[in-house]
Design a protein around this ligand. Structure first.
Ligand code: GTP
Ligand code: MG
Length: 371
């Protein structure tokens, strides 16, 4: 069939037909397209809660993106709508494998997601990629970098890529990412990959929302820990030494055995699972399939011994606790009376008139008196 909106040759053209002969047929208007456009045009203006729900469940990417925008919005009205949508889609969530990927800037996290993502899509998976805090001061401009690094993946129909907002959003980054993850699951994405830079607090936050946590490293950077705190290694279910290609491969193999030994002295992040070091190259794809086998084995083992489900339950409670903490914190510090008194107490502490304990006591008593 002729391509839409393009002219094409007619079925019959006389031999020796001159230029004057109409040798091209121009397509008429495809009413199906018009109706589709009208429908989506209407949807674009104002969506009802039912529209959002239907759109998410049908994996309408525009509506999916708009729902996430509602979640991320700082407007309480938008958040209220988002909560209504989330409540309705909740039964369709939880069926994915949630994977967190951390590592020092430039270790190759995005490149790995691109290679792994394409591999998984070819296996029939649907991938959602969420990047936490890509605008952090450490990796300025990495949104642009990520776009080019995940160029092939971003063109795939079965992949949805979304950078998460940086800090300073109502309710905190973690809450937004958790909710975004649920929306993606309801839209049918079975593998959620969350990229985060392993230099701040975000890796602990991401660990608290995923099933499997990967630390991407590179070999031969002198200091084997590359600024990654030991604590991050303790959170990981696998250490993957990337860029094991060309001249770098022998170094990567050496790093693998070094880390392999060190890991024996570290408490594993997941009960019943020994964290190991592996090598791969996001560039050539070598080792990516083997890495996925490790993930599959992890899933199998932790589901069989119940650790997978226990972790999810604990994470749900932890999520609620975090929300309460965040809410109380913001209600307290955004209260006008508290704000006023806060400055007064601050100067008293600075002048040595009262101790911080007394200052805290006074502010908390004041807060309690409103209740
Ligand atoms: N030789 C080689 N280069 C790689 C490999 N993986 C990534 N790179 C290169 O390393 C650089 C950084 O890769 P990214 O994928 O952006 O790294 P990242 O960890 O996502 O970086 P941030 O998002 O800034 O933290 C890019 O120039 C990549 O082309 C690999 O397996 N082999
Ligand atoms: Mg990246």
């Amino acid at each position: 069939m002729a391509k839409k909106n393009k002219s094409y040759n007619p079925d019959w053209v006389p031999e020796n037909a001159s230029e004057a002969f109409a040798t091209k047929v121009i397509r008429g208007v495809d009413m199906d397209d018009v109706v589709k456009k009208q429908k989506s045009g209407k949807k674009r203006l104002n969506l009802s809660i039912a529209d959002y729900i239907e759109g998410v469940l049908e994996n309408d990417r525009t509506i999916l993106a708009r729902t996430i925008t509602l979640i991320e919005s700082n407007s309480p009205d938008h958040n209220e709508t988002a909560q209504k949508v989330l409540k309705q889609i909740l039964p369709g969530t939880g069926n994915s494998l949630r994977i967190g990927i951390t590592g020092f800037p430039g270790a190759g996290k995005s490149s790995l997601i691109e290679t792994l993502g394409i591999y998984l899509i070819n296996q029939g998976h649907k991938i959602a990629v969420l990047a936490i805090d890509p605008s952090s001061t450490v990796t300025k401009g990495s949104i642009l970098g990520d776009k080019t690094r995940m160029e092939k993946l971003s063109r795939e129909q079965n992949c949805f890529i979304r950078p998460s907002p940086s800090s300073g959003t109502l309710g905190g980054v973690a809450t937004k990412t958790r909710e975004t993850m649920l929306v993606c699951e309801a839209a049918g994405y079975d593998t959620i990959l969350i990229e985060t830079v392993g230099v701040g607090q975000s890796e602990t936050t991401v660990r608290s929302m995923v099933d499997f946590f990967l630390l991407v490293m590179i070999a031969g950077a002198g200091d084997e820990l590359q600024g990654i705190k030991k604590g991050v290694i303790e959170l990981a279910d696998t250490l993957l030494i990337n860029k094991a290609d060309g001249d770098n491969k022998p170094k990567a193999l050496l790093a693998k055995s070094d880390f392999g030994m060190a890991l024996h002295y570290i408490q594993p992040a997941t009960k019943g699972w020994q964290t190991e070091a592996h090598i791969c190259s996001a560039l050539t794809g070598e080792g990516v399939k083997e890495f996925w086998e490790v993930v599959r084995k992890f899933q199998e083992t932790t589901k069989a011994n119940g650790v997978f489900y226990d972790r999810r339950k604990n994470q749900a409670i932890e999520w609620m606790n975090k929300m309460i903490e965040e809410r109380l914190h913001s209600e307290f510090f955004n209260n006008d009376k508290i704000k006023k008194e806060f400055n007064l107490i601050n100067s008293k502490i600075l002048n040595g008139e009262i101790l911080p304990t007394e200052g805290a006591e006074r502010l908390l008593s004041l807060y309690k008196s409103f209740k």
